[in-house]
Design a protein around this ligand. Structure first.
Ligand SMILES: [Zn+2]
Length: 236
């Protein structure tokens, strides 16, 4: 493994990083166009994102989670601290397949919280540490290369790598959390969401592309980590 990373010096890390940035852009634009498409697929049952969310929570016996509106676009999230499903303007009051997908997905996180899903618990525990380490690692990685070049000491770079490794672990733990939330959403939409086949397929497609953005960013963080490790291993 170490030999492989050593050999990956030179142009390869840059090609990988360029490739993953390109892939990230492609997946983002695909996701955008999917959401645009399914935003025009109006639900036959006439339910809004808010109503979908409230129904999904109630059907799962969850009574202590509130569904509220939050400003902005793509700002949808579940907040475990005050047990709120926060839906953006384009989801809260809208009655289409994309809104249903997002609303149900965020409720998927509320279900994970209520039923003690272990990957969500682990992710929540990592949040405060990662917020600090991801910011500090940026400075230390750049500064570390500088110190390595000038003073021939790899210490700062190694510390930066260690901190950044925490960010990589976080992006990997995020994957099961996101996929599981979408699976819970689709399971409920299928059984009790009252969607047509076309609407359900649209919601599933939108969620599939949303999940892919997390996969790409996890791969991107692994490649970035390997890049800095290769700088450390190839130092003179
Ligand atoms: Zn999510």
């Amino acid at each position: 493994m170490i030999l492989m990373i050593r050999m990956a010096g030179g142009i390869i890390p840059y090609l990988l990083m360029g490739g993953i940035a390109l892939l990230g852009g492609l997946v983002q634009s695909r996701l955008k166009s999917k959401f645009k498409k399914y935003s025009k697929l109006y639900l036959k049952n006439g339910l809004s994102g808010k109503e979908i969310a409230e129904k999904m929570l109630a059907d799962n016996g969850i009574t202590d989670v509130k569904v509220i509106s939050t400003p902005g676009m793509l700002t949808d999230h579940y907040d475990p601290r005050n047990k709120t499903v926060n839906l953006s303007e384009g989801v809260y009051g809208e009655r289409n397949a994309a809104a249903a997908a997002v609303a149900a997905h965020e409720c998927g996180h509320a279900l994970q919280h209520a039923f003690g899903y272990k990957w969500l618990q682990m992710r929540s525990k990592l949040v405060p540490a990662v917020q600090i380490s991801s910011r500090m690692s940026q400075f230390m990685l750049i500064g570390g290369i500088f110190v390595l070049q000038i003073f021939k000491s790899p210490l700062i770079l190694l510390l930066g790598i260690a901190l950044f490794a925490g960010t990589v672990v976080f992006s990997l733990v995020t994957l099961p959390v996101e996929y599981d939330a979408s699976n819970r959403a689709l399971a409920w939409l299928d059984k009790k969401g009252g969607l047509t086949y076309e609407e359900h397929d649209g919601a599933a497609d939108a969620l599939k592309w949303a999940a892919r953005t997390y996969v790409v960013s996890a791969i991107g963080s692994i490649i970035t980590l390997l890049y800095y490790v290769s700088i450390y291993l190839n130092r003179r």
